[in-house]
Ligand binder design. Structure first.
Ligand SMILES: *Cc1c(COP(=O)(O)O)cnc(C)c1O
Length: 363
């Protein structure tokens, strides 16, 4: 069994994807080709946000956003303690300080109750992550930010396509970033990312920064980086975006089947009533995680741990000295395990995984 079966997906859309790739090559439209602008229009329409900008990765999307927001040395940005490192390392990369707050025990997303204690006069913004595909509590977080004059940036690397109270992820804050890493719900064939905002001034600034601050060829208004997406990736994403709604339905089918089969056996994920998840991961919790993973591996069932160590405990952040008082994040990092998840999992495969888990746990 494969954890995230991209082969099957490619076989489904092969004719369309091969044609899209061939067309970019035939036109040698490798950088800033017509698919880039077309994809940006389609992403903006999909998320229902005025401006979508493609870029080189989900990590670069975060750093481009921070640069456009003028975040620099001396600034602080609040991040969840339990997420992929890029959420916080991009804050460090622009010279600022990530300040960690603990997550909610039900959704595993940034806990709004834990934010205000972390705000100081140096705090500039908050980066909630919509982890595993379920949006964070954006209304509560936006309200806290508004009270303190901070911006909010949703790290939607795992949640593009999800919704919160009827609105799409990426449309829930001043700015949002996403990733098209191959194994994300909407993935390309390499690295890629995007930024979303309703602010035209910010959008223009990001467009400039991602292309060396260039206003016209070899005239540079500001210092920037090369943060562009390849046209090949945009062409592939345009094909996949056409199938994305159906894939999201399938991911929800897989998750519901897992949950029905595993209820009462392990701690299954909870999606709040106002949320729809895109199930970037289907992540259960169990006390004896390592034994379970070994038993599943012996039956050819791959699993993964997202994530085995909370960010404040990472060596990379040792100099921040933020301690280990993040009880929910600490407990999650010891108990979470993600099961195979992709839109093409058959009912038989899902039940094979669930039955193997039941046998292992009940003996
Ligand atoms: C994947 C991911 C990123 C980084 O995206 P890349 O495209 O791999 O750079 C950032 N934040 C979260 C939460 C992610 O899952």
């Amino acid at each position: 069994m494969i954890f995230c079966d991209l082969h099957r997906q490619y076989r489904e859309y092969k004719h369309e994807i091969d044609a899209a790739i061939a067309s970019v090559i035939a036109e040698t439209a490798f950088i800033n080709g017509p698919d880039i602008q077309a994809l940006e229009g389609e992403l903006a329409a999909y998320a229902n946000v005025p401006h979508a900008l493609t870029c080189s990765s989900g990590s670069d999307a975060i750093s481009l956003a921070l640069m456009a927001l003028d975040i620099k040395s001396g600034d602080e940005v609040i991040c969840p303690a339990f997420t992929f490192i890029a959420t916080a390392s991009m804050v460090s990369i622009v010279g600022a300080r990530p300040v960690f707050a603990d997550v909610d025990p039900v959704t595993f997303n940034l806990d709004p109750e834990k934010i205000e204690a972390k705000i100081t006069p140096r705090t500039k913004g908050i980066i909630p992550v919509s982890l595993y595909g379920q949006p964070a509590d954006m209304d509560a977080i936006n309200a806290i930010a508004a009270r303190h004059g901070l911006w909010v940036m949703e790290d939607a690397a795992q949640s593009f396509g999800a919704s919160y109270k009827g609105k799409r992820s990426c449309a829930l804050s001043r700015i949002a970033t996403s990733s098209f890493f191959p194994a994300k719900p909407l993935g390309c064939y390499g690295d890629g990312g995007a930024l979303f905002t309703d602010d035209p001034v910010l959008a223009e600034k990001i467009r400039m920064i991602r292309n060396h601050g260039q206003v016209k060829r070899y005239y540079h208004k500001m210092v920037g980086v090369n943060g562009r997406m390849d046209t090949l990736q945009a062409a592939i994403l345009r094909v996949k975006l056409r199938h994305f709604d159906r894939e999201i339905d399938e991911r929800n089918r897989v998750a519901e089947t897992y949950s029905q089969a595993l209820k009462g056996v392990v701690d299954i994920p909870t999606v709040l009533a106002h949320n729809r998840s895109v199930w970037a991961q289907y992540t259960i919790r169990t006390q004896d995680r390592d034994a379970l993973r070994e038993a599943l591996a012996a039956k050819d069932i791959p699993t993964a741990v997202h994530y085995p160590m909370p960010l404040p405990s990472q060596e990379a952040f040792a100099d921040l000295g933020q301690g280990t008082d993040f009880p929910v994040s600490n407990r999650l990092s010891e108990t979470v395990v993600s099961l195979p998840m992709h839109p093409f999992l058959s009912s038989e495969e899902i039940h094979y995984v669930a039955d193997t888990i039941k046998e292992t746990i009940h003996g």
